[in-house]
Design a protein around this ligand. Sequence first.
Ligand code: NAP
Length: 292
Amino acid sequence: MILLDGKSAAEAMKKDIAREVIRWCKESGRRPHLAAILVGEDPASLTYVRNKENDCRQVGMDSSVYRLSSTISQEGLFECIRTINEDKDIDGLIVQLPLPDHLDEQEIIEAIDPAKDVDGFHPVNVGKMVLGLPSFVSATPAGIIDLLAFYRIPTTGKECVIVGRSNIVGRPLANLLSRKGSGGDCTVTLCHSRTTDLAKVCRRADILVAALGQPHFLKANMIKEGAVVIDVGITRIADKSTKSGFRLAGDVDFEEVAPRCSYITPVPGGVGPMTRVSLLKNTLQAALKRNQ
Ligand code: NAP
């Protein structure tokens, strides 16, 4: 079994991005700039945004965080997005999700300028991605594709089963893995909570992706011998023995499943770092496009 080390892969990719950023800065006279809107004080969201700022710094990009109260109105949030959309010095914009319940997430995503939508959630980018046109691809599915490519794991003709059909992970990933050409050409089955006999479907998979948000859900009896297993799940579990008071758990029962796999991602240190590096790639792409 080989561990798919997303941390090392992401570090290698960041070096390439940093080189490209230097080249772009010389040409444009400024640095690519990622803006993040953070609504409220959700601890996980605070950590994610802080990590994104650090990542930007590491590759020589600028970043800024717009911190808004958890009671902000929909119109107030629109106003902030409009300001950033119009700011010529900002290349990429993300709104950290989830948002408080009183805000309409879909409407907020649709307010972002598609040319700055580096999360790839805007319907324009989703539509282009589905049609195979150049677009921002959402960070987690793009990171998974890059991780498979980094380890030269073949996808052509492989049976791929994805558990979880969310708009940010499962659904776009199903699209990317089934598209024609390099990194695609899989036969994809997309599963969800209504799938009949999930274990039987999972056992068909040469490449199995768990993205359901249920800690340790995938057990050894759901895995074909020699499968590649990608664990997207991140759930915070209370743990008094750690400094932070919690630990991160994936959707795969790693101890049980790892011995049956050819490759498997750890949690943390697998898909997470690849997601973050995809956001940097998209921000650089946004900056490059604005200079064309
Ligand atoms: P989500 O929007 O909650 O969707 C979960 C999906 O899993 C749904 O399609 C749901 O089915 C399905 N599901 C739930 N329980 C199931 C079960 N018992 N059997 C089969 N399918 C089941 O989740 P998400 O936003 O995609 O996130 C999934 C996990 O990935 C979470 O732990 C999240 O924190 C993590 N995540 C990690 C990264 C990263 O960078 N590593 C990025 C994004 C998300 P229905 O549609 O039928 O309800």
